[in-house]
Write a protein that binds this ligand. Structure first.
Ligand SMILES: O=C[C@H](O)COP(=O)(O)O
Length: 319
């Protein structure tokens, strides 16, 4: 398998418990920082269309439903290859736009790989007993291997929330390291399920431990928790990524996921990334949106940018 990304993978490092325990997040300061983002730093007019196209290229276009079928996945993959109507792309002077990946359950990996053949779009599989992550550990590791064998190039694993809630950082580190090893060459995104971790300080510590254990990406949520991606959590995770890069030189990606469905919200997340980590972290190898319906709203906003009119949401189906 050719390397997915241009820079060296995060190899991980020994668990540094002193560093983990020093990590803290001051919730009121985090809230103040993110409250300033939406009004102050969003991009305008033509730049907005360019950034919306950028956002499309960063989407892990997702379907994670119990009634997924190969047909639904094939339609989603067709949308992944051609995410925006050709007439709109032509008016915007844009060619070759596609999403970052297609994200599915294990059973849908094979149809997705077949439907995306030759496109360069990787398939990401959610794994390890997604979304709760409570199946036997050996089965969770085996599931990673099965999805890689079926052709997934990216594996989105879920961590055991109890290791965070009980402060068992060694157990979290060991689990993450074994999951990374089970993925082989496939890139591993560690889903923290931040809505279930109890505090922003726990989010900061879990982020660091997963990166120390070799996560290629850290991801906020499964989309199935009561609270999924939020800006305060994104800020805390982005700063953990920055600290890890400053200290080790290795880049780890960020994936906010769950509940991001509006184009304007996507632009705020990208503003946060630009300000906290720089433009390098606004590329598909270091940033993804995990989203099932965001693309429809972005296409609708691009339609408005080109035609001056808002079309009905049902004119931008996902599959
Ligand atoms: O990882 C992706 C999420 O499951 C998608 O969540 P969403 O359906 O709220 O966009």
């Amino acid at each position: 398998m050719p390397p997915l990304f241009a820079f060296p993978r995060n190899p991980g490092m020994a668990l540094d418990l002193d560093w983990v325990m020093r990590a803290k997040a001051n919730a009121p300061a985090v809230d103040r920082r993110v409250a300033a983002l939406p009004g102050r730093r969003t991009v305008k007019k033509d730049w907005q269309a360019a950034w919306l196209c950028k956002a499309v290229s960063l989407i892990d276009l997702t379907t994670l439903a119990g009634d997924d079928t190969p047909g639904r996945v094939r339609r989603l993959c067709a949308k992944a290859r051609q995410p925006v109507r050709p007439d709109l792309l032509e008016a915007l002077g844009m060619t070759g736009l596609h999403v970052g990946a297609v994200c599915v359950y294990h059973g849908m990996v094979a149809p997705a790989v077949a439907a995306l053949a030759g496109s360069g779009i990787p398939v990401a599989a959610v794994s390890t007993g997604f979304p709760a992550g409570l199946s036997p550990f050996a089965l969770r590791l085996a599931e990673i291997g099965e999805s890689v064998a079926a052709g997934a190039q990216e594996i989105d694993i879920v961590i055991s929330r109890r290791h965070v809630l009980t402060g068992d950082w060694q157990a979290l580190y060991d689990e993450m390291a074994q999951m990374r090893a089970a993925g082989g060459a496939a890139h591993v995104k560690a889903i923290l399920a931040t809505g279930e971790l109890g505090s922003l300080t726990n989010v900061a510590r879990a982020s660091l431990v997963c990166m120390m254990a070799g996560a290629d990406f850290i991801k906020t949520s499964t989309g199935k928790e009561a609270v999924n991606a939020t800006l305060p959590v994104a800020l805390v995770m982005a700063r953990a990524i920055r600290d890890y890069h400053d200290r080790t030189g290795f880049r780890v990606g960020f994936k906010p996921a769950g509940g991001i469905s509006k184009a304007k919200d996507a632009l705020v997340y990208l503003a946060l990334m630009r300000e906290e980590l720089g433009r390098e972290w606004c590329q598909p190898d270091l940033f993804r949106f995990g989203a099932s319906s965001l693309l429809g709203d972005i296409e609708r906003q691009l339609d408005h940018h080109v035609t001056g009119r808002y079309s009905a949401a049902n004119r931008h189906p996902m599959g």
